[in-house]
Design a protein around this ligand. Sequence first.
Ligand code: MSP
Length: 744
Amino acid sequence: MKTFYLTTPIYYANSLPHLGHLYTMIVADTIARHKRQQGIETFFLTGTDEHGINIERAAQQNNRTPKEQADYVVNYFKKMTAEFGLDTEHGGYDIFMRTSEPFHYEGVSEFWRRAARAKTPKGNEAIYKGHYEGWFCAACAAYKTEDEYAKPKNAADPPTCLIHDIALDRISEDSYFFRLSDYGDALLELYESRPDFVQPETRRNEVTSFVRGGLQDLSVSRLKTSVSWGVPVPDDPEHTMYVWFDALTNYITAIGFGNEQQNRAVGFEKFWPALHLVGKDILRFHAVYWPAFLMAAGVDQPRGIVAHGMWLDPNGRKMSKTLGNTIDLDVLSKHFPVDAIRYFCLREMVFGQDGRFGYEALIDRTNSDLASGLGNLSSRTLTMIKRYISGRVPSGVISEDKLLLAKRTGVDTDATTIAGFIEHARVQYLQELETYSFSRALEVAWSIIARIDKMISEAKPWELAKDVNQSQTLSAVLYRAAETLRWLCVMLYPVMPAATQEIWSQLNLSEKLAELDPANLKWGELKEGAPIGEVKALFPRIDKAKTIEEINRNTEDRSQETEAGGQRSEVGGQKSDDGGTSMRADSPGERVRPSGSHATEADAVPGASQNETKPPTPQHATEADAVPGATGVANFVDIADFTKVELRVGQVLTAARIPKSDKLLLLSVDIGEEKPRQILAGIAEHYTPEEMVGRKIAVVANLKPRKMRGHESQGMLLAASVGENDKPVLATFTEDVPNGARLK
Ligand code: MSP
């Protein structure tokens, strides 16, 4: 039996997945189901990448051990994949791989040993010990060269990652290196000899030119004292393996490389090589580093690497936790049928290119293509069979003497015309699937729906039913529609497993859709006279305005919950201010934040003058305040109320006294927005302008702007109020924090 091994990336266990991660799984799941329908024994892997500094940091931030952090994320993943029908039970992945598995430790250690024994194509040792000096992005888990980071404004600050906009870590330590620089020619030969090794072609060209540009050796270990959460380097446990070396190797350890038990359970020889499905963001790791590691360890190359594009928000920015514009999967699954989401992802995104996500577009597609399209075709056909033909599959044959009558109603008397159209569409559909052109494949499938809809509208079965002479025409029309539905179920099963199964059951068919190859469909095999099942509506229409409103409400509730729970942090505290924030439905490109209001100085600081009214004293921004039983708090507020206050890190750029005011300082403060905020603060008796410049402070960013002494104040500083005189002592930070980071 033929075999096929397909992988998704294994996802970082530092934060919960969003639509971007779901997308790769949906694509992989569709491919895997299609292969299985073809009778190919398919092994489909997904899982989590659990080691490295970003997991360590996320764990620390959430008061968990790294393993607890990974378990937490894995639990969510498992719940989510079950909900979206992607897990083993629903016919999805075959293994949820975790790099914390002992068999992985064994396998990856063996892989390292093999590479460490190997010579490069130029006769050098493939792995050698040296000293690494440079910058590292924890979120990318990648070393950054000069052209990959932004230099800081202040020379003393670290540079920032161009992708994640977070401060890089400086690394200066002994490290093992992989001699990547010796593999350039071998890699180019690989791309040359196997033109489909990297797909689509544009990505192949990118990879080729990257390698042509010259490769540098790669640091493949960290000192255990810097990164302890990882696989120890064999025979040198003071070092842990670089997380990408460890993570990429999961693709072979999962099926048994380096561990006999796992090998018996799955079968390395049986399934390797794999097809790796990845986002274009991690192509270099898969198409350059991984093949080089495999060459060194003497393991066969993958079947290929297929890169898809990124989901962007409607403003064209990549969807990511760091930007706070992700689509929350719980909100998504609450408002949309799983198959509508699967269909939308595959239909809307031109595979390989980036695509924009918008809830409106999702609702529109669900209503037009699914409710009015496939769903309507199914329910009207089956309802008419129930009503006019007493619920049994009618005959598709029109006898000679009735042909003319049928023709008069616009019904094509030659059944093969419809069959021919659909057969041709099936060939096209399958060709598009083979090249991962899901969007075009679905267009083709929907052309079948349009064709049959047209046949029904023209033939008007409800009119035919009134004329006994037209009973054969009526039967033939409904037979053709029902037979088309049967074909559509088999063809569309990999894209919409649940909905096609539902129609299949309504047709009262019992073979397993998962095992029917659409290439083997033959027109006319729907058995005449067989009773159809119970007819139920598929894909109810979605009320756009109402749903958008609900999504907005839900998104806000969710971010409040998750922010409160501290569960959604990313990259161990570096840019985790917006961990739980998701895209709303009405302003999809915007971060969820209370809209455009600013604070006033008088609100900000105790001790401001009379007409600059004094605010209620700010509370501490910890979750404990909202917990009943916390001490020292007179009136509790809900976490929901607390999160209405937008607190951000600001840096004072300029500070000046205000004429005729002893108390006020006029500050301009950078809170991570395009323009600095102007803030009046009643602290002049305690802080000089000079003392303030450069200081990092906590700012309430969403109080209503207010004018005082002719100046608008667009924010409020937080300060402790100390002693009888309410002396303000500014809240500040002892560690480096980026401007604009959210306090919560
Ligand atoms: N852990 C590494 C992969 C190691 S594989 C040996 C990693 N993990 S990740 O959690 O960051 O997930 C990356 C993958 O998630 C991307 O390659 C892509 O498949 C998917 N996506 C994440 N954000 C995405 C979008 N905005 N759009 C589409 N896919 C995205 O990198």
